[in-house]
Design a protein around this ligand. Structure first.
Ligand code: ZN
Length: 306
């Protein structure tokens, strides 16, 4: 694996005769994602978001929230349909430490298609954009949502954009602009060999190479978006209308959080605890505190009729 230490060399490298060739459209998407992230301004997790301003402070449909089975509306929601999730992505993939999380912008499939989801309570087709993680530390859990008052070790977010909007910037300003899938990870001491974790292991194996802020690493070989979900049961989930959990906390997200928990090796999760932020401090506990539901309905889809 080739380690790209800083941001600009990534661009320079790809423009010159490169050791690793990153397609121009993927590079553009990575740089746009970073520009969107930088536009949110400086923020940190010193107070779990309690000191964030603007919509983060005044919004009434904020995330994360506690997802409580007994407070949820059981309803016959269709399952989430995953389209092109089993198609191999163009590689290399680029994993970045952006100072707030380990983030990977997702490219098109090798066939040139954009994986997308629909179904659930989603108002349309939502195209996959990126994946990132929230985590705790050796002594604390790091999920953002809680399920029945329980928080988990890691929460993975797969971010999607409504196909009807051109850019993430535009979608973020629309109430139906984004769809995020949330998957909870439970740290397990020693996992039995699980081929379903192949994709996640492939990503986590590279995390030690992005310890420094602004560092990147490329991941090659075969990977599809479906592999990010491991063996999680996708037929059962909570869904509600909320916000981004990072500034500017735009209230543009249809959340789908799976109630099945993914068992993931603690030795892999521990790699996240070694990352550093832009101040060279440990990038740990990068989760936002639970927000008020303010009477919002939360829906639960059960696998079987109850
Ligand atoms: Zn997130």
């Amino acid at each position: 694996m080739f380690v790209l230490r800083f941001w600009w060399p990534l661009a320079i490298l790809s423009c010159s005769s490169a050791l690793i060739e990153i397609p121009a459209d993927y590079l553009t998407a990575i740089r746009q994602d970073r520009a969107d992230e930088d536009a949110a301004g400086d923020y940190n997790y010193d107070h779990q978001g309690a000191d964030w301003t603007g919509t983060c402070d005044t919004g009434q449909r904020q995330s994360p929230i506690d997802l409580i089975f007994s407070d949820s509306t059981l309803s016959s929601i269709p399952r989430i349909r995953f389209n092109n999730y089993n198609q191999s992505l163009r590689t290399p993939l680029v994993l970045t430490n952006n100072g707030h999380t380990a983030n990977m912008v997702l490219p098109l499939t090798r066939g040139g298609q954009r994986p997308y989801i629909n179904g659930g309570l989603l108002p349309g087709d939502f195209e996959v954009q990126s994946v990132h993680f929230h985590w705790g530390s050796r002594s604390s859990k790091g999920s953002e949502h809680a399920i029945n008052f329980v928080r988990y070790d890691v929460e993975m977010h797969i971010v999607h954009k409504n196909r009807r909007y051109e850019s993430m910037g535009e979608a973020t300003q629309q109430p139906d602009g984004l769809a995020v899938l949330g998957v909870m990870f439970r740290a397990v001491p020693r996992s039995r060999p699980n081929s379903q974790l192949y994709g996640l292991n492939k990503i986590f194996n590279q995390v030690p190479r992005i310890v420094e802020y602004n560092s990147n690493v490329t991941i090659s070989g075969q990977l599809n978006v479906g592999q990010l979900l491991g063996d999680v049961v996708t037929g059962e989930f909570y869904t509600y209308n909320g916000s981004l959990t990072t500034p500017d906390c735009a209230e543009s997200v249809t959340w789908t959080v799976f109630s099945d928990i993914l068992d993931f090796p603690e030795r892999q999760i521990a790699k996240l605890w070694t990352l550093k932020d832009s101040r060279s401090r440990p990038l740990i506990n990068n989760y936002r505190d639970i927000q008020d539901t303010n009477g919002r309905p939360v829906y639960y889809r059960a696998l079987q009729k109850l």
